[in-house]
Design a protein around this ligand. Structure first.
Ligand SMILES: [Zn+2]
Length: 414
């Protein structure tokens, strides 16, 4: 039997074979008590908004970060020839960022205008981690990254406390390591499942040989067509064939897992799924997660992402993840739709996810009314929402796990 196969997606963690312990202390130190009090007051009084003890008030942040930005520009002016410095033309509103947490929540952000801009995007949504495409995900030809942008990116990561273990670049959609055609390794190829798994592992071994420290991270698939990697067993088999086990990891996409038939909607089902993962893959290989709700039902094999709490998964799986220490200190990345190009949604989703930490039930969490409303249910229902079918927002045109780059912002960042 022959298969037309698409392989598991491959991402890469930047050189984090030795992941540093992640502490985000400095932010907390910088926030004055007054800022924090103001922030809490603002967050709790306004429309039962999300309260987070360690956030800074946005305005305070804006002023502070503007100062920092000015200083940075001054430093750069003195060190480098003027023409080399590309200044951003607009002001970035930095979002409150949760500090002192082991949960590194962020989103897939744009590198429009240069890879260094990913940091500005991340800061503007309060992210503690981020994912990026290193090149156009739908084209083979790509310019190499601008070395100047790369060094600005590195500096920005250091300065803003994004350690290498919090950055999860996403591979191109076109790459198909399961393809037997060695020249192309493009989207389709014909071979058996076993052969496909061998090809994937072989390519990862080659990538390891050609690099020093990159960790290849394979993502589970939703299971459409004859794709490889929707079952944890298949991911486990790939890993078993990879020679350097220190440089291979797995990223669980919650939407893909659910679409592939792994339920996560109740504590029991969640634990069953995680036990399966532990048996076939092992949590030592869990290097990241993609946090997405699903527009399609359990086992649909369809890859359609929904905003957190607005799909068939509901909020409960995300509460369970945010309180599961097995997901500590790995990037937890949103790839959710961005309605109306307004990527404020990421800011809200990140704050919502952090709000779920330490909550025994959803009823204990301070979930904004606007969110409850959009779920099409009332506040009392939210505590028992998990596992129920609910009205799904019309947003079904989301293709695969496309990350929607906010076009307006894209144009502004230069
Ligand atoms: Zn994903």
């Amino acid at each position: 039997m022959s298969y037309v196969r698409r392989s598991a997606r491959v991402s890469a963690l930047l050189k984090s074979a030795e992941t540093k312990p992640i502490t985000i202390k400095k932010l907390a130190e910088k926030a004055s008590d007054q800022d924090v009090t103001k922030a809490i007051k603002k967050e709790t009084t306004k429309d039962r908004d999300i309260s987070i003890e360690t956030v800074k008030q946005e305005n305070g942040l804006k002023v502070e970060n503007k100062k920092r930005e000015n200083n940075k520009n001054k430093d750069m002016d003195s060190q480098k020839p003027k023409k080399k410095v590309r200044e951003r033309k607009h002001e970035i509103i930095y979002a409150p960022r949760v500090s002192g947490t082991k949960k590194l929540v962020g989103a897939h952000v744009s590198i429009s205008g240069g890879i260094h801009n990913a940091i500005q995007y991340s800061l503007s949504i309060g992210a503690n981690a981020f994912a990026i495409f290193l090149r156009n995900q739908r084209r083979w030809d790509a310019q190499p990254l601008d070395p100047e942008h790369v060094s600005m990116f590195r500096e920005g990561c250091d300065e803003n406390m994004y350690p290498s273990g919090s950055v999860l670049p996403h591979g191109s959609y076109l790459i198909n390591l399961g393809n037997p055609d060695q020249e192309k390794r493009s989207t389709v190829g014909q071979c058996t499942l076993e052969e496909s798994i061998q090809h994937i592992a072989g390519c990862i071994n080659r990538a390891h040989d050609a690099t020093k420290s990159v960790i290849c991270v394979v993502e589970n698939m939703a299971g459409a067509g004859n794709s490889v990697g929707s079952k944890f067993e298949e991911l486990g088999k790939i890993i078993s064939l990879v020679k350097n086990k220190k440089r291979i990891g797995v990223c669980i996409d919650t939407c893909h897992a659910f679409s592939a038939g792994y339920d996560l909607r109740t504590k029991e089902r969640y634990e069953e799924t995680m036990t399966e993962f532990s048996r076939h893959v092992g949590f030592q290989y869990l290097r990241g997660m993609h946090l997405n709700d699903s527009l399609k039902e359990l086992g649909s094999r369809r890859d359609r992402h929904a905003n957190i709490g607005k799909g068939y998964l509901g909020l409960e799986p995300f509460r369970l993840i945010m309180n599961d220490s097995r997901m500590d200190e790995i990037p937890l990345i949103l790839e959710t739709p961005v309605p109306d190009d307004d990527f404020e949604i990421y800011k809200k989703e990140i704050a919502l996810l952090y709000e779920l930490i330490g909550k025994q039930t959803l009823a204990d969490a301070n979930i904004p009314k606007s969110f409850v409303k959009s779920l099409g249910m009332n506040e009392n229902e939210i505590s028992k929402s998990s596992g129920k079918k609910k009205k799904v927002e019309k947003n079904s045109e989301i293709d695969e796990s496309i990350v929607i780059v906010p076009q307006k912002k894209k144009a502004k960042i230069k």
